[in-house]
Design a protein around this ligand. Structure first.
Ligand code: FES
Ligand SMILES: [Fe+2]
Length: 368
């Protein structure tokens, strides 16, 4: 961290209360040094959702992922234990598992054929006789801390990390009555956006502020005036009572129930729930000007009979997301402008964004 970057960090006052606060500075959305620091202090140290539990439900099922530049492998062992490893061969560092997900009984490195068991232990190293001081038992895949909650598998690259339950805090209790277990994975869609990952998160956390302006269809089923925003621990819950409408038939048919529930868990994971419906969003940085958002859609009924309804529901979600993508990309262009430094926050609406910025600042300002 050079002095230039330190100045950038100091430009945000994370002690200011909401009614006096500014957003984090525009420079945080465009600066390579900040992006590198986020890799180390945010993504490298927080619990990150890397897989769905259904992807690694039975022995041998595995998922590969990349987190803060680290290749990872998550796999269920023959003993039923879920484990995570750096997907880096102990010989000359090739990726041992090369598929995004699959089923294996052993992982054979494609480079020189070293093989590893589902528990990460080194099983075979061809033509390695006579290598002095080489201890096979010390050359297994390097483990990563892993844990699960609801349908989600989380890892943490920091061996000293607090437990997942501590990190999730009150979110666990707040989500419990919504019975996520009754919802089943249906489809994944991945979007690439021309904006910093934090622009997408900010847009999510504006307490519905943009909904009447940007999402007219969605707005027709929400009781906007009654929209609530609760911030606690590392999460924000935005919620709104729902109203019946004839304004937009597709939205009315697929966004039902008494309330809409929008959970955000710091730094980059969201759960959006309506009756019989959930989508999750995982926001992953890709340099300062791009991000990838992974949407997983879940429904109470994923049978063939419900497929058409589910697809109609996803189409509604896609329309809302298209509206968000357009505005997020406009924001990113604006953040590059000399005309903009930082903005103020609505006290009524933007407490979630304020929480995000303060948690982020706390992580970035922590000198390792
Ligand atoms: S790098 Fe894996 S066997 Fe050589
Ligand atoms: Fe939106």
């Amino acid at each position: 961290m050079d002095f230039f970057d330190r100045d950038i960090l100091d430009a945000y006052d994370d002690l200011a209360p909401l009614d006096q606060a500014f957003t984090i500075p525009a420079s945080w959305y465009v600066n390579d040094g900040i992006a590198a620091l986020e890799g180390a202090n945010v993504f490298g140290r927080s619990w990150q959702m890397v897989a769905r539990a259904d992807q690694v439900a039975s022995a041998g099922q595995f998922v590969t992922a990349e987190l803060a530049g680290e290749p990872l492998l998550i796999v269920r062992g023959n003993d039923g234990q879920l484990r995570a490893f750096f997907n880096v061969c102990r010989h000359h560092a090739a990726a041992v598992a090369t598929e995004e997900h699959g089923q294996a009984s052993i992982f054979r490195c494609p480079y020189h054929g070293w093989s590893y068991g589902l528990d990460g232990s080194l099983k075979g190293a061809p033509e390695f006789e006579g290598v002095c001081g080489f201890d096979r038992s010390q050359n297994g895949l390097v483990p990563v801390t892993v844990d699960t909650r609801e349908q989600f598998v989380f890892v943490n690259l920091d061996p000293e990390a607090e437990p997942l339950a501590t990190f999730l805090g009150g979110l666990v209790q707040r989500v419990a009555p919504l019975n996520l277990g009754a919802l089943h994975f249906f489809e994944r869609r991945i979007y690439t956006l021309n904006c910093n990952w934090k622009v997408f998160v900010d847009n999510y956390l504006d307490g519905g502020y943009h909904v009447p302006h940007l999402h007219k269809g969605l707005n027709s089923v929400l009781d906007y005036k009654q929209y609530t925003i609760e911030c606690e621990d590392h999460y924000c819950l935005q919620s709104s009572p729902m109203v019946t409408t004839t304004e937009d038939a597709n939205v009315a048919a697929t966004r039902t129930g008494d309330r809409a529930w929008y959970f955000w868990q710091y730094p980059n994971f969201m759960l959006n729930l309506y009756a019989g419906y959930m989508d999750t969003n995982l926001v992953l940085p890709d340099g300062v000007d791009h991000c990838k958002v992974i949407f997983d859609f879940y429904f109470d009924d994923v049978s063939e009979a419900a497929a058409e309804r589910n697809r109609q529901s996803i189409a509604v979600g896609e329309r809302v997301n298209d509206e968000d993508v357009g505005i997020c990309e406009a924001v990113q262009r604006g953040l590059h402008s000399r005309a903009y430094g930082a903005g103020r926050l609505s006290v009524r609406r933007e407490a979630g964004e304020h929480l995000f910025h303060r948690l982020l600042a706390a992580d970035l300002k922590r000198i390792p």
